[in-house]
Design a protein around this ligand. Structure first.
Ligand SMILES: CC(C)(COP(=O)(O)OP(=O)(O)OC[C@H]1O[C@@H](n2cnc3c(N)ncnc32)[C@H](O)[C@@H]1OP(=O)(O)O)[C@@H](O)C(=O)NCCC(=O)NCCS
Length: 136
């Protein structure tokens, strides 16, 4: 059974494995836990049977106008069961008072986010691959 919670305070490192699947240089569980704790908003999906986190979404915000959703992931073995959609629904509900809620995604994911009323847009990014916090 999947349960959803909006805090990472009860999460332990051994419950955070398998995320950042396919990343060249994935963050450690320690870094993952830190970014969950540092985010302004988080929603986690737990597998009640294993006690592990199986999906998460984060958001950061200025607290007034804008929120940004940097990360959403469901473990490969749990994809295609509606968990990602539920995480997005719950996060957008938390952010409903903000004027702008933005994220960056690959073109193939645009139909997924369109289901929640989001619209394609253009953007710019910078990636500091040499930094100590390199995550992809
Ligand atoms: C994107 C992601 C979170 C979706 O999680 P999920 O639990 O599989 O999502 P759902 O089960 O709610 O799927 C909803 C729909 O989106 C579609 N979808 C999911 N992932 C998709 C992808 N990568 N590309 C295209 N469509 C996708 C599914 O086919 C499904 O469509 P259906 O209802 O017609 O079958 C998951 O695929 C994932 O973790 N991917 C790797 C990380 C990633 O790409 N994160 C997003 C960064 S912007």
């Amino acid at each position: 059974m999947i349960q959803y919670v909006d805090s990472a305070e009860a999460v332990t490192l051994d419950q955070l494995h398998g995320f950042f699947f396919g990343w060249r240089d994935p963050p450690s569980p320690e870094a993952h836990l830190k970014l969950l704790m540092n985010s302004d908003y988080v929603v986690l999906a737990w597998d009640h049977d294993t006690g592990n986190v199986v999906g998460f979404v984060t958001a950061i915000s200025d607290g007034v106008l804008v929120a940004y959703i940097p990360l959403l992931e469901v473990l490969p073995a749990y994809q295609g069961q509606g968990i990602g959609s539920e995480l997005v629904r719950r996060m957008l509900a938390k952010l409903r008072e903000f004027y702008a809620v933005d994220l960056i995604c690959d073109p193939e994911l645009q139909p997924f986010y369109s289901r929640f009323g989001m619209k394609p847009h253009t953007g710019m990014i910078l990636r500091n691959h040499g930094s100590a916090q390199t995550l992809d």
